[in-house]
Design a protein around this ligand. Structure first.
Ligand code: FES
Ligand SMILES: [Fe+2]
Length: 472
């Protein structure tokens, strides 16, 4: 493997281009796991996934297997899923509820705070092991939530989660504020998909407004041949309840991908700190007007207005935000209640887990629409997602060739304008500003001095696909 000096790494990112090695060199991938995934706040999930004492789920932070658990006092902890005896995962379940984690090898038993509570045949040791701090499950050093969304960082020091998110925190506000009861919850299971390509490709694609008309051309054409839907809009949660709502949502979304270039150019494309960004103004007002005539939407709006007042409800429902990127491991759709967590496996292998949310206090028909939308856009049988996966893999194949050095990201360069504090807006909705912004963050993380770095001393291998592909 190549090794890189910071100067060489900095040279891989230019104002209008990046070197293809950032997508294809395993040595850079290993450094990314240490310097980006080892430093940033990483999205792990939502508090509703561990609503009760002892509830847990397992996941990975870079190579580190972790258990996200609510202890018996109600505190959320992120424990390193590695037995302190001889090293195996102490928990192999994707999720569950427990009072103790029992290592499968020799039965050492840890409580949900990570403390070692029981050691079989403990008398063989010179002194008692239970309760020893050095034999407790290790803790991930920083854990924090923003409006119920759980994050953790492998770095002992760094900016707060709120500072890390900056103005992009407003996308979390957008999803939670939509709930008439003021809370959301994960519901309806999870979609998992994988592709043979670099992790950055999905984060770039989700905020790429030029690709839909081309990558999704076949489904756009198919949707145009269908009769118009009668009413409703998945974006706002209102569609007529019944057997045809899935098709309605599907046709609308697919047609939207084929919107004329002028529509895409008018979109707001925003870049924030740390590589974050979002796409705004996705659905036009006339679609909202249709939804507002829908009885389910009217019921929902009334419930929301009852809590926050009619004026505030209008303000909340007037936000039409599509994808938000929280760099480096999250892409979510606040308006559509979809949350995607990106897990790099290798330089050319990535897994994406997608969760749906229920707006507490909203009519149940809205959640059915959310699940329908999830199937259309994020489901493993989606006619939209499969197009994207195909293009990621073709991109990876092209980027893995060695004769052409650069990837060009110059669309809209020089046209960015300052927006509200902490944000830049693309001068055109099709600007590649978000990709340039992600690489600015990439370069900063990858060349930062060790003093600001993670407490991990050496790059680690990514987890194997087999440990991530366990059943749910
Ligand atoms: S390795 Fe876990 S109890 Fe021995
Ligand atoms: Fe796409």
């Amino acid at each position: 493997m190549n090794s890189y000096t910071n100067e060489q790494i900095a040279d891989l990112v230019r104002p209008d281009r990046v070197h293809h090695a950032v997508y294809s060199d395993p040595a850079l991938f290993a450094l990314e796991m240490k310097r980006i995934f080892g430093r940033a706040w990483l999205a792990l999930g939502h508090e509703s996934q561990i609503a009760t004492p002892g509830a847990f789920f397992t996941t990975h932070m870079a190579a580190e297997p972790v258990i996200v658990v609510r202890d018996l006092e109600g505190e959320i902890r992120v424990l390193v899923n590695r037995c302190t005896h001889r090293g195996p995962l102490v928990c192999h379940e994707a999720r569950g509820e427990t009072r103790q984690f029992v290592c499968p090898y020799h039965g050492w038993t840890f409580d949900p705070t990570g403390q070692l509570r029981f050691v079989p045949m403990e008398s063989s040791y010179a002194s008692s092991l239970c309760g020893r701090e050095d034999l407790a499950l290790a803790h991930v050093p920083r854990v924090a939530s923003y409006r119920g969304f759980i994050f953790a960082s492998l770095a002992a020091e760094g900016e707060s989660l709120v500072d890390f998110l900056g103005p992009v925190a407003s996308s979390y506000d957008d999803i939670v504020d939509r709930a008439p009861a003021g809370e959301v919850e994960v519901a309806g299971g999870m979609f998992r998909h994988a592709y043979n390509g670099n992790w950055k490709l999905v984060l770039e694609n989700h905020i790429d407004t030029v690709h839909p008309a081309f990558v999704h051309q076949s489904s756009v054409h198919a949707a145009r041949e269908q009769p118009d839907a009668e009413s409703g809009d998945a974006s706002t949660g209102g569609s007529r309840a019944g057997a045809t709502s899935f098709a309605d949502i599907q046709i609308r979304q697919m047609r939207q991908n084929g919107a004329p270039p002028a529509v895409w150019e008018r979109l707001g494309i925003f870049a924030g700190p740390n590589g974050h960004g979002y796409m705004g103004d996705y659905h036009s007002d006339d679609r909202l007007v249709v939804a507002m005539a829908n009885p389910v939407f009217a019921e929902y709006r009334a419930a929301l207005s009852a809590r926050v007042g009619a004026e505030r409800a209008t303000q909340i429902l007037s936000t039409h935000r599509f994808n938000t990127i929280v760099y480096p491991n999250c892409s979510f759709m606040s308006q559509f209640r979809q949350y995607r967590i990106v897990q790099p496996i290798a330089v050319d292998r990535t897994i994406v887990n997608t969760f749906s949310f229920r707006l507490k206090g909203a009519p149940e028909a809205m959640f059915r629409d959310t699940v329908a939308f999830a199937n259309i856009v994020n489901g493993t049988a989606s006619e939209v997602l499969t197009d994207d996966l195909e293009v990621y893999e073709r991109a990876q194949q092209g980027l893995s060739s060695g004769l052409v050095d650069w990837v060009y990201l110059g669309r809209g360069l020089g046209g960015d304008v300052p927006d509200s504090p902490g944000l830049r807006r693309g001068g055109m909705g099709t600007s590649e500003l978000p990709m340039r912004n992600q690489f600015e963050a990439w370069s900063r993380y990858m060349t930062a001095e060790d003093a600001t770095a993670t407490n991990r001393a050496t790059p680690r291998m990514a987890p194997s696909a087999s440990t991530l592909n366990k059943p749910l």
